[in-house]
Design a protein around this ligand. Sequence first.
Ligand code: PMV
Length: 354
Amino acid sequence: MMAVYEATATAPVNIACIKYWGKRDTKLILPVNSSLSVTLNQDDLCATTTARADLAFERDRLWLNNKEEEIKAGGRLATCIAGMRSLRREFEKTDNSLPKIAEYHVHIASKNNFPTAAGLASSAAGFAALVSALAQLYKLPTTPSELSIIARQGSGSACRSLFGGYVAWEMGTKDDGSDSRAVQVAGREHWPEIHALICVVSDIKKGTSSTSGMQRTVETSPLLQHRTSNIVPERMTAISKAIKERDFPTFAQLTMADSNQFHAVCLDTEPPIFYMNDVSRAIIATIVEYNRAAVAAGGEVKAAYTYDAGPNAVIYTLKENVKEIIELVSHYLPHAVPFKDAYGLFAGTQPVGR
Ligand code: PMV
């Protein structure tokens, strides 16, 4: 009987606290600043990808949510597949008994377990799952950090979904991108009390893609230069420390400040980019007031909002406040009730792809 070469892997969505915005190399996807995110629970929001290699396949093919996507020559999908194939080729050279499956074409099928209506960027989970499935198919002895270098070339933020828990993407300094990779700052088990509430404000596709938005910001925003040189390096150190010390108020303040600055940089772009809408801003006001009241009552900051390239809010909070915040958002902003499936999301699970 012929051997079957097939593997399946999953990878969760991640939501950045310190945002990645801007590329210094658009082909290799090298960022202008480091970033840090929390990987969400594997069971709630993830991509599942199956990859199969077969001598009988005539070309590489890929299906996303049952629809075939074109693998354009030189495009991001092709780059990731080629990167993984070349790792397999190197691996085959180290051991003659390994079947020469790097020469076979692959068929890849990927599905998201969350509705597109959630308006969540699925490319991060998608490219991380793609790279993980190929790593398993090829039985590569690679670490998640090594795989993150290839996932990064699919979608920058995908590199952080190779790990669970709290993950930094170190921007690196080398021109070939070999040190621009993800590292785990802390596992989920280090601080499992953190929850992420996803508030779906709109499921309309964003007007400016992250790729074109970033390019415009890099070309036109004077504020971006200040952010990358003077702000983000200190924030990366401070938020890593807050995570290690499980210091929620500091974590929350840095997360909100960085979301604000990312959107300020978008506004500083020519022509300006607006990702948030009035409901997004009303959620900000609600969380600000919630935190003000908590501090006025002698307590501490209890929640942090953050927004990516769209109007939907993610609210980070500790488990004990989840119910209260859902009630608050449901009461004041009935149109932005936290997405049902996201209730009780924990920060990530295990590293994937191994
Ligand atoms: O990886 P991309 O091209 O989808 O860009 C993601 C950019 C943000 O989501 C806005 C920030 C981030 O760090 O995830």
